[in-house]
Each structure stands twice: as structure tokens, then as C-alpha cells.
Design a protein around this ligand. Structure first.
Ligand SMILES: Cc1ncc(C[n+]2csc(CCOP(=O)(O)OP(=O)(O)O)c2C)c(N)n1
Ligand SMILES: [Mg+2]
Length: 242
């Protein structure tokens, strides 16, 4: 194994995690982030901070053992954490029905006396209210909450997933309830923005995405020496001496 590398300054903006912005990234090990989220919440409580951790995971992670161990400890120590299960009904190509006899994932909280709620993920206001309530509870010392946010994904799990495990009708049914289209309707009905302002926002977002794609396509492949970079240590660890 090579010598640990020190993270380069200025690279944070390009990463999926950012210590500066308190975003701790995604995890390749399904369910691993449940324990890590509680750990971050423990650190915040230990240091008397008023921060609240929002820990996201999919329906596929909900049946990992780590969820139960973490729920137990999070309740025992009343950690300031909101567990959010994004239930889009499929873990890769496997439906929740095929892997669990408990279809309401929020009920997993009951075993630990943790408050748990089912939330309509296609309604942004419902998501906002549920998360606000849970964050307020955590911040005022009321401990963790589990929110099962019911939603859907239009695409497969990845580019290699043709999503043949579901019907076209099911897909179309959810597209009818698309939360972005719904928000647009609410914004227009309440005169919160004009068509021009919405168009300008869309153009700005499109340009940002196109810039990112161009940046990625024009960037050289990394050198093999980069393989251990940003993995084992971070630059502000005091034991790095060189
Ligand atoms: C511990 C572990 N087991 C299996 C996998 C392989 N794997 C990657 S994603 C995934 C399904 C995750 O399901 P979900 O969180 O619902 O994600 P979605 O398919 O909805 O994007 C699996 C089984 C993994 N990464 N880690
Ligand atoms: Mg899923």
C-alpha cells in the first residue's frame, strides 16, 4: 500500500462530499451511511452543537442489520438525527414486496419507540413539513425520527438497468404525479414567478449542467498515482507531518 496522500485544496467543489458544506457524501456499501449518520449526530451531541444530521438511504438499505443496531443506539442516546428512507419501491430491480413482509418501512421505528412517519414524496410541501417537524424535534433534544418518503424513480438503478421489472403503466402513473411539475403548477397558480423567470431559471440550470459535462469530457483521465488520494486521510489531520 502506498503512502497516504493529502487532499488537494480547491477540489471540494468538484466532489460529492464537502466538509465545508457539511455534506458527507454517498456510500458504496448499502446501509453503511445509517451508522455513519448516527456517528456524526453523536459527535454533534458530544460537542454541544445544535446541528442535526439528515441521513438518507434507499428502501434497499432498510433491511440491512445496521439499521436496527443504529436505531437502538440512536434512541438510547437520543441523537439529533433524522433518518430518511427514500422508498422508490425498488432496490436495483428487486421490489420491496419481494424482500419484506413489512411494506411500511416507517414501522421499523416502532420497535425502538422512535417516532416514524410515512410521507408522500411526490408532494414537496408534505416533505418540507415532515422534515421541519423532525429537525425541530431533534434540535430540541427530542431525539431521532424515521421518515419513510414514498417516491419513484423513472429510470433504472443505473445505465445497465433496462427496468424491465415494472410496467409502463406504473411508470406513467407516477409521471402524472411528478413533484417538479406539481411545484411548477403551485408557483404559477400563486403568481410566485412569471413564465420568463421560470424559463431563465431553467436556462441557468441547463447551462450549469452543460458546463459540468463539458468540464468532465475535456478533463484528462487521472494518473494512476491518484488511486490513494482523498481516501485514507484528510489534510487537516494533525498526524500528517510531511
Ligand atoms: C452491502 C451491499 N450489498 C449490495 C450492494 C449492491 N447494491 C448496490 S445498490 C443496491 C440496491 C440499493 O437499493 P436502493 O437503496 O433502494 O437504491 P435504488 O435502487 O432505489 O437506487 C445493491 C443491492 C452494495 N452496494 N452493498
Ligand atoms: Mg430504492
Amino acid at each position: 500500500m502506498g503512502k497516504p496522500q493529502v487532499a488537494q485544496k480547491g477540489k471540494e467543489e468538484a466532489c460529492t462530499s464537502s466538509l465545508k458544506k457539511n455534506v458527507f457524501g454517498g456510500h458504496g456499501i448499502v446501509g453503511g451511511q445509517i451508522g455513519l449518520g448516527a456517528g456524526i449526530a453523536f459527535a454533534d451531541k458530544y460537542s454541544d452543537s445544535d446541528r442535526v444530521t439528515i441521513c438518507f438511504f434507499g428502501d434497499g438499505a432498510a433491511r440491512q442489520g445496521i439499521l436496527h443496531e443504529t436505531f437502538n443506539m440512536a434512541m438510547l442516546w437520543q441523537l439529533p438525527v433524522v433518518f430518511i428512507c427514500e422508498n422508490n419501491h425498488y432496490a436495483m430491480g428487486t421490489s420491496v414486496e419481494r424482500t419484506s413482509n413489512v411494506l411500511d418501512i416507517y414501522k421499523f421505528a416502532d420497535a425502538y419507540d422512535m417516532p416514524g412517519d410515512s410521507v408522500d414524496g411526490m408532494k414537496p410541501e408534505s416533505v418540507h413539513h415532515a422534515i421541519s417537524r423532525a429537525v425541530n424535534r431533534a434540535r430540541s433534544g427530542g431525539g431521532p425520527t424515521l421518515l419513510e418518503i414514498k417516491t419513484y424513480r423513472y429510470k433504472g438503478h443505473s445505465m445497465s438497468d433496462p427496468a424491465k421489472y415494472r410496467t409502463k403503466e406504473e411508470l406513467e402513473e407516477y409521471k402524472e404525479k411528478d413533484p417538479i411539475e406539481y411545484v411548477l403548477k403551485v408557483i404559477k397558480a400563486n403568481n410566485m414567478a412569471t413564465d420568463e423567470e421560470i424559463l431563465a431559471m431553467n436556462d441557468k440550470i441547463k447551462a450549469t449542467v452543460e458546463d459540468a459535462v463539458e468540464f468532465a469530457e475535456k478533463s484528462p483521465y487521472p494518473d494512476v498515482s491518484e488511486v490513494y488520494k482523498d481516501i485514507y486521510v484528510q489534510e487537516d489531520y494533525p498526524f500528517i507531518t510531511d
